[in-house]
Design a protein around this ligand. Sequence first.
Ligand SMILES: *Cc1c(COP(=O)(O)O)cnc(C)c1O
Length: 299
Amino acid sequence: MPSTIESISFGGHELFLKRDDLIHSDFSGNKARKFHYFLVNDFPNIQKVISYGSNQSNAMYSLSLLAKMKGWEFDYFVDHISKYLQENPQGNFKAALENGMKIQDKNKIADIQVSDEILFIEEGGRQSESEYGISMLAEEIWEWQQEQNIETLNVFLPSGTGTTALFLQKNSLLLNKNTHFKTKIFTTPCVGDAGYLKKQFLELESDESLHPTIVESQKRFHFGKLYREYYKIWLELRHQTGVEFDLLYDPKGWLVLLDHTEIFMHPTLYLHQGGVLGNASMLPRYRRKFKDMNFENIL
Ligand SMILES: *Cc1c(COP(=O)(O)O)cnc(C)c1O
């Protein structure tokens, strides 16, 4: 760190791309930012980290790495693992198992005894400690913005829990204070709708003046589902920019950004939040579902 910022052009727009996907070959993306606090501080009592969520989540994989680096055990609680995935582990799930993750039944999460040897991490890292690493991200963007002398910078990123977007907007506003620079964060919900995302913001920060601006698509997309327009824009991005984006969040992010051309009224920076390892399980599904689509016939 700091991660690099590149110029790209896509869909007829010139914009900047912050490559948090390249922070480190293992520990990257916004999960590296969120878990930075745990990586750089000492926790002499902790023996085990516990978390929960989906069986392909990027947070799960990043936590497996954190636990490995720290010499902690890692118990991850999930609702259900299909027989197929158990027998054919892939993507984030496979990589996390290889790092020593133990899968536990979500129903048993209530039985855990609170102890100072256990570090509990909320789903997707939605917790206050995440602000530590995300405030460093805000500072990197801020320093670059000043170097470039960009008075108003619009930053776009797709949201899950909204933790990254919220802490980024809050910390950017703190940095903007008493200057003539403005850093404005735009985001779109990929899990749930705008109402859900707003609720997530409010749980982390009650002062709405510190919240990012939410923009939406006309069509309703469901998280984790496969859409032809997602695959198309993902292929186009890889072709036109040479960059691989993730298949869960970025396709909706780019569709919404291109739909809201008012954002491009000011220099615009897209935040690449990593997650590319998860494509190992998503891409075969896309290829099977949309057999007719590939680089040759869409471009
Ligand atoms: C986790 C993740 C997100 C969502 O981040 P939130 O802070 O939960 O909004 C977006 N993109 C990628 C690639 C992720 O791994």
